[in-house]
Write a protein that binds this ligand. Structure first.
Ligand code: DQA
Length: 147
């Protein structure tokens, strides 16, 4: 089983950006934890980060026929991007939406999530652990679907 973890804009700045909201752990450390967790649960994992909407769309399209499940934190594009929603719907790969912060307790403009319409689960406010939980969920979800 192969999972893809996608991070959108500014998530490469984890540890530096607003640590009171997003925590002190860096993107580098997140990558290490995701790779270690993949090994632990016996799945393959690819990681991708971009600050550009079209590049994120390209990466989702590239997953078609290759990837069994996607964990995505689209960053601010969560609240604006119909293109990312369309891409996830197009490839028809089970996708979990993850947010480091508890978006539902933040500003009004963060209450809209386009991509959520195409996701099998949403995890918010669990910090970097949320990505690992998303991977666990997809493993079970995909194994269930295969039976
Ligand atoms: C975020 C929440 C978004 O509103 C914000 O724009 C981000 C990060 C999160 O992980 O909590 O960049 O997706």
């Amino acid at each position: 089983m192969k999972l893809l973890v996608i991070n959108g804009p500014n998530l490469n700045m984890l540890g530096i950006r607003e640590p009171g909201i997003y925590g002190k752990e860096s993107y580098e450390s997140m990558q290490q934890r995701i790779r270690a967790h993949a090994e632990e649960i016996g799945v393959q994992v690819e990681l991708y980060q971009s600050n550009h909407e079209g590049d994120l769309v390209d990466e989702i399209q590239r997953a078609y026929g290759r990837i069994d499940g996607i964990v995505i934190n689209p960053g601010a594009y969560t609240h604006t991007s119909i293109a990312l929603l369309d891409a996830v719907q197009a490839v028809h790969i089970p996708t979990v939406e993850v947010h480091v912060s508890k978006v539902e307790e933040r500003e009004d403009f963060r209450q809209v999530s386009y991509i959520r319409l195409a996701c099998v689960k949403t995890i918010t406010g669990h910090g970097i652990d949320g990505y690992l939980e998303g991977m666990d969920f997809l493993k079970q979800y995909c194994e269930g679907a295969a039976q």
